[in-house]
Design a protein around this ligand. Structure first.
Ligand code: MC0
Length: 177
């Protein structure tokens, strides 16, 4: 077989370069189309970490640990019967801890404390700028929302909880900012 000429080699190189450019732009445009179709991200945004909640078997002991041993500023104990919990908030400057203890027989944290007798991290709460839009999108994505409608949370604002099995084992609360 005859050796390729200089012109043939240059032509092949140009063709290869064009093919690479074409396949790159196809990949780019399909990624853009699919993400634009699936993620109308402009509708709502995540905000700050509002709090990290810790379920505790003895609320007074836990309150005293943060107040007297760590010197934190802590709230009074507040019962929230509509959520089945007592809460104490611990101020940390950039965020808060929420100490939780079961209230009533059907408390949603009773099972968690049965499994974690010494207590443990129960959920993280992240603010969102539009909880209605967040709920609509998460439902479309088949993420389980643990109440029919948002409830009024510990700060007097609407909140929802997302199933821990849909969030890598972490119960996530979203709170309207
Ligand atoms: C005042 C308000 C506020 O801050 O504004 C609050 O904090 S209210 C805070 C309290 N309210 C809430 O938590 C409301 C949302 N929570 C719920 O609806 C419930 O607690 C569920 C998260 C669905 C869990 O239900 P239940 O206790 O019946 O447990 P279950 O045994 O069926 O749980 C199913 C699976 O999820 C796991 N699981 C349960 N709780 C979990 C948690 N906190 N973090 C991570 N995983 C958890 C279990 O180990 C189990 O996994 P395996 O199958 O692998 O064993």
């Amino acid at each position: 077989m005859a050796a390729p000429t200089g012109r043939a080699v240059a032509g092949a190189a140009r063709l290869l370069a064009r093919l690479q450019a074409t396949s790159f732009s196809i990949r780019t445009s399909s990624a853009t189309i699919s993400s634009a179709e699936k993620v109308p991200r402009s509708l709502w945004k995540l905000g700050r970490l509002n709090h990290v909640a810790i379920a505790v078997p003895d609320l007074e002991k836990a309150r005293s640990l943060y107040k007297d041993v760590l010197g934190a500023q802590v709230s009074e104990t507040v019962p929230l019967p509509e959520h089945g919990v007592y809460t104490v908030f611990v101020e940390l400057g950039n965020t808060k801890l929420e100490l939780l203890h079961p209230l009533g027989e059907r408390s949603p944290i009773a099972g968690f404390l049965q499994k974690n007798k010494a207590g443990g991290m129960h959920h993280v709460c992240i603010e969102v700028d539009d909880i209605t839009a967040a709920v609509a999108e998460l439902k479309k994505r088949k993420i389980r929302i643990l109440s029919e409608e948002p409830k009024i949370g510990a700060h007097g604002k609407p909140v929802i909880f997302l199933h821990p099995k849909d969030f890598h084992g972490v119960l996530v609360e979203l709170e309207q900012a």
